[in-house]
Design a protein around this ligand. Structure first.
Ligand SMILES: *Cc1c(COP(=O)(O)O)cnc(C)c1O
Length: 224
């Protein structure tokens, strides 16, 4: 598996470049976030050796086990938190992640603001929007997004730079990507994290600036 990581990265980068060109966009605007959750550090290291820098993890604890050693060897790696964040892990998130993509409620906004103030570290934040309004999923509801964005910026002075979404499984993702883009646009936000292995090319067509790709790079996960 380690040997094929570089080839997989290259193949995904090529698909990103093609999708960008087809959308009339500059491929350089799009960051590939390699999602390494549930894969061992050795595979991440193979990607780092191939020159890749941006990674995503969905659990704080798992990231804390894998990434400090990797960061020592590769200080310019950029780690994104892409999974739900509990308020009591805000400190670890602020200290260990370079982008927090799952800001979605006032309590968490308050906790992140407090920790950023204390730690002197201000990782950019994306607000997760539950575009499919799925009850089991985290993320702010689309109709509440504008007010929540304003709260994060004005009351908590958080470095909010964009939005993130995970469309419902089995639904056509385009409508969700278009909705996320619309909310970002009317709020003057430039970063859009959307698109995974199955649909990142469509997301690029709808303006994604970061795509989160796991399986197409690291292979299948053993889902728990
Ligand atoms: C696991 C995960 C991904 C990557 O999914 P793949 O289908 O393996 O590319 C992207 N985003 C989030 C939030 C994830 O949890």
């Amino acid at each position: 598996m380690e040997g094929s990581i570089a080839a997989n990265l290259l193949a995904v980068e090529e698909r990103i470049a093609r999708a960008a060109r087809e959308a009339g966009r500059d491929p350089a605007e799009i960051t590939l976030v390699a999602v390494s959750k549930m894969h061992p550090a050795a595979l991440v290291k193979a990607a780092l050796r191939a020159g890749h820098k941006s990674f995503g993890e969905n659990r704080v604890q798992e990231a804390l086990k894998k990434y400090p050693a990797l960061r020592e060897a590769f200080p310019d790696l950029v780690l994104h938190l892409i999974g739900p964040l509990q308020t009591n892990k805000a400190r670890e998130a602020v200290l260990n992640f370079d982008v927090i993509e799952t800001l979605d409620r006032p309590h968490l906004a308050a906790a992140l603001a407090r920790e950023m103030e204390k730690r002197g570290r201000r990782p950019p934040c994306l607000i997760e929007v539950n575009t499919g309004e799925e009850p089991q999923k985290s993320g702010v509801l689309p109709r509440e997004a504008d007010a929540f964005i304003a709260l994060c910026r004005d009351r908590f002075a958080l470095p909010v730079e964009g939005l993130m979404c995970i469309p419902p499984v089995g639904e056509e993702p385009s409508l969700h990507f278009a909705l996320l883009r619309e909310i970002a646009k009317r709020n003057g936000l430039s970063r859009l994290s959307m698109g995974m292995s199955a649909d990142f090319e469509i997301a690029i067509l709808f303006g994604a600036t970061e795509v989160r790709v796991g399986t197409a790079i690291f292979g299948a996960r053993e889902e728990t």
